[in-house]
Ligand binder design. Structure first.
Ligand code: FES
Ligand SMILES: [Fe+2]
Length: 453
């Protein structure tokens, strides 16, 4: 039975009210519907082209529960497939990343080349197959849609999605601020961090845009940073900000169509950003305005599974739901290709210091997610954590967005202390829209003219 999701997101922002029901994070039936109506009917982030530089390079990932293989063929083209053998459905490639001209299924040995073509059916000649077998395609099943935006690879199980540029829409200028920092492009720094937490995937989705928790959840981290500054000892390689100076800074949020959203904050200490030493080069390439925006703190969510956060370091996070109360996180450090060693080391020291389970801040967050999961019970009813900023002007466009040539659906601005929660609305609006469309058997994206762009 489908759940009426309109009873779970109370979207009356125009009247100053926006509520999300606690059940949304814990109900197993809802989770099942999310996989089908959200993850299986929209674009998901898959990986970065810098992971697939040479012919036959590949990576594996998931869209919701579906395993995905992304591979660069011998012809140089990157393609994406369901990572499962056509014979009996065995997972084809078990490794996260590698280089293979052929992918051989571990079960009965069917083989596929790096462009997804079936090149061997073991003992086919002796198999006494019926005539129709020869006319069937045995190639890997391609995703419904696959495309790249400035090196970011996205795929969809459904073909009935808008073209990727349209899906990313007005959030693209913010993506560009992360993706144009390198003169020679951007790459994932080798190595990554994978971990799970016992909580719903939307807890991470929200937290990526949550300014409000910094001064409470990360109070200990702030104390460490201040002691390093005042006592000039500890990990001084990580040049963290003076967090007290941030509290009076101006900042805000942008919300976009298709669930994307961002928060930003002026950076009073740009010299603590790893980009600072090369900002003149960056300015000459992207212009004064964009270079200035690159030095602000910016966290961007591309719904449903990508976060790019540019604060103490530039990170790319993707998450995968494993259950209503279990989520896998994958965290990478993103960096300009060919940046000087000293700058790369600085970036990495800041990345390690703040992020990942071994860092000083991520563990604060994951424990809190598990606390939130524990309390996301029916009895709690509507959550009140989506209302800060609703009394301010929600306007669009704004001079800030205009500077970037961007037209968000809404935006809000104030000092850091507003710590707005309207940044969360775009994702829950889209979640509710996709869930309702799926439940009612309607297309996820009406107006696509038969679904195909
Ligand atoms: S499942 Fe792959 S060859 Fe049988
Ligand atoms: Fe946090």
């Amino acid at each position: 039975m489908q759940t009426d999701t309109t009873a779970l997101v109370d979207d009356a922002a125009a009247d100053g009210r926006f509520h999300v029901h606690a059940r949304i994070y814990s109900d197993p039936a809802l989770y099942e519907q999310e996989l089908r109506h959200v993850f299986e009917r929209t674009w998901s982030f898959l990986g970065v082209a810098s992971q697939l530089v040479k012919p036959h390079d590949y990576l594996t990932t998931h869209i919701g529960r579906t395993p995905v293989l992304v591979t660069r063929g011998g012809d140089g083209t990157i393609r994406a497939f369901v990572n499962a053998c056509r014979h009996k459905g065995a997972l084809l490639s078990r490794l996260e990343q590698g280089n293979r001209r052929n992918h051989v299924c571990p079960y009965h040995g069917w083989s596929y080349d790096s462009s997804g073509r079936n090149v061997l059916i073991k003992d086919q000649a002796d198999g006494a197959y019926g005539a129709p077998f020869a006319s069937q395609s045995h190639d890997l099943v391609p995703l419904g849609a696959f495309d790249e935006y400035r090196g970011l690879l996205f795929g969809s199980l459904s073909a009935d999605v808008p073209p990727l540029p349209e899906f990313l829409g007005e959030a693209r200028p913010l993506l560009d601020l992360a993706l144009q920092q390198g003169e020679h492009g951007m790459e994932l720094v080798p190595g990554r961090c994978v971990y799970t937490y016992r909580g719903n995937w939307k807890l991470q989705m929200d937290n990526g845009l949550d300014f409000y928790h910094l001064t409470s959840t990360h109070a200990a981290f702030m104390g460490v940073v201040q002691r390093r500054e005042s006592e000039r000892k500890g990990n001084t390689d990580a040049r963290q900000f003076d967090w007290r100076a941030r509290l009076v800074q101006e900042g805000g949020a942008f919300g976009f169509d298709h669930g994307h959203a961002a928060i930003w904050l002026e950076q009073p200490q740009p010299e603590k950003r790893p980009l600072w030493p090369v900002v003149d080069e960056v300015r000459s390439r992207v212009g004064e305005v964009r270079a200035r925006w690159m030095l602000k703190l910016r966290n961007l969510n591309i719904f449903p599974n990508l976060q790019i956060a540019d604060s103490t370091s530039l990170i790319l996070r993707t998450f995968r739901p494993l259950g209503p109360d279990l989520t896998e996180m994958r965290v990478h450090c993103l960096a300009p290709i060919g940046e000087p060693d000293e700058q790369r080391a600085w970036r990495l020291r800041q990345f390690e210091d703040f992020f990942n389970p071994s860092g000083l801040a991520t563990s604060d967050d994951t424990v809190i997610y598990e606390d939130c999961q524990a309390g996301s019970v029916d009895a709690l009813g509507w959550l009140q954590g989506f209302q800060r900023g609703l009394g301010a002007d929600l306007v669009s466009p704004t001079p800030d967005a205009d500077e970037l040539g961007m037209r968000p659906r809404y935006s809000v601005k104030g000092t850091f202390r507003m710590q707005n929660e309207v940044c969360f609305h775009a994702a829950y609006r889209e979640w509710a829209r996709l869930m309702a469309a799926g439940a009612e058997g309607r297309p996820a994206y009406p107006g696509l003219d038969g679904g195909r762009p």
